[in-house]
Design a protein around this ligand. Structure first.
Ligand SMILES: Nc1ncnc2c1ncn2[C@@H]1O[C@H](COP(=O)(O)OP(=O)(O)OP(=O)(O)O)[C@@H](O)[C@H]1O
Ligand SMILES: [Mg+2]
Length: 352
């Protein structure tokens, strides 16, 4: 009997010490009898400060409706395998929660427990699969239609260029300017179709050794001229950058797209800064592009890499999904930090 008791005790100790399981145990008056380290970490509280306290006191900083541990628990509100998103002050978690009441032999409620597992990695894995499914679908549509769109565009463009020439020669200013507008619009459609083609798989990617210093030397004038138009300052602090393996043109596109997003986010004033650091204990370099725009709200951040997700009137929403594909294809990753104000895109690339 005694060894059984100590086995049960050991088991309880093991569960509360587990870094993978959140355990919260309440008595019938909603005082915290036990709370595991993992639960404290996720809830953003200090174990020593909350042990023995009433939950209203222990979680006073969190609005009542948003609490993970609620008083209704003791009234018998059960939860089983409920997936919830939880954000403490510095991290976001996806949790799978179970909770229930505990009763004595007479059937009276003597407390309640909440157990949860951190399934953030699992969820992001699921989301990655969803995203690659969607990209594959778009790829198929793109491959099937891009040529069909491009061919007629090429002949329309050719004729318009002829018109432009004749109108210019015969001094028909109004017709000339209209034709010019039509040509600009056609170029826009062409650019869009090219982005589609990039999202679809088969394409001649020219992998070679890329000097990132040259890449930036070539795109900075473009970024700076855009910035100047809007009174934005560009600070280039990236210094001496290493070599990476990739496609020069595609990498230019990645940095240009992300800089453009930064400029668009800031609008009329601000500072776009570009620097780099080498990731601790990894062989990747991180190019950091920071803007001091309004930041990206949490409910938007999950979607920004989705094809066609945009919050802009004139946006296609393809910019970041194309960037992500280009970076993933060379073994890199794009990370974002955006906390309420300002955004940094970290473009991590394996370097030589
Ligand atoms: N630096 C940033 N600050 C704030 N929001 C951003 C930033 N970068 C991206 N976003 C958000 O992510 C969305 C998607 O960006 P993405 O580049 O994919 O498309 P877009 O910029 O809207 O359109 P396009 O790039 O085709 O012009 C944007 O609409 C915007 O809401
Ligand atoms: Mg964009």
């Amino acid at each position: 009997m005694r060894s059984l008791q100590s086995l049960q005790q050991r088991f309880a100790e093991k569960l509360t010490a587990s870094p993978h399981l959140g355990v919260v145990l309440l008595d019938q008056d909603a005082h915290l009898v036990e709370i595991s380290q993992m639960a404290c970490k996720v809830l953003g509280i200090n174990r020593a400060e909350v042990m023995g306290k009433h939950i209203d006191q222990a979680f006073a900083g969190i609005p009542e409706d948003n609490r993970l541990v609620q008083r209704e628990l003791l009234a018998g509100v059960k939860v089983h395998n409920q997936a919830i998103s939880w954000t403490n002050s510095n991290q976001r978690y996806e949790l799978l929660v179970d909770s229930n009441t505990l009763h004595n032999d007479e059937g009276e409620c003597i407390g309640a427990y909440v157990l949860f597992k951190d399934i953030t990695n699992l969820r992001s894995f699921e989301q990655k699969i969803e995203r690659s499914d969607r990209l594959a679908m778009i790829g198929q549509i793109a491959a099937g239609t891009a040529h069909e769109i491009r061919n007629p565009l090429t002949s329309i463009k050719g004729f318009l260029q002829m018109f432009l020439k004749s109108f210019t020669e015969s001094g028909m200013e109004r017709e000339r300017s209209y034709t010019e507008i039509m040509l600009t619009e056609i170029n826009r459609i062409n650019a869009l179709v090219s982005e589609f083609l990039l999202l679809s798989k088969p394409r001649d990617v020219q992998y070679s050794l890329v000097d990132l210093n040259t890449v930036f030397a070539e795109i900075l004038p473009i970024v700076e001229s855009q910035a100047l138009l809007h009174g934005i300052e560009v600070q280039y602090l990236a210094g001496d950058l290493p070599l990476v393996v990739g496609d020069t043109e595609l990498l230019k596109q990645v940095f240009l797209n992300i800089c453009k997003n930064g400029l668009e986010a800031m609008g009329k004033e601000g500072v776009l800064s570009i620097d780099h650091h080498v990731e601790a204990d990894s062989d990747r370099i991180s190019i950091n592009i920071h803007d001091n725009g309004p930041g990206i709200p949490l409910y938007v951040i999950d979607k920004i890499f989705d094809p066609f997700f945009t919050t802009k009137d004139e946006g296609t929403g393809l910019g970041l999904s194309v960037c992500q594909k280009i970076v993933h294809d060379i073994g890199g990753q794009i990370r974002i930090s955006s906390k309420g104000y300002g955004t940094t895109f970290h473009i991590l690339l394996p370097y030589l």
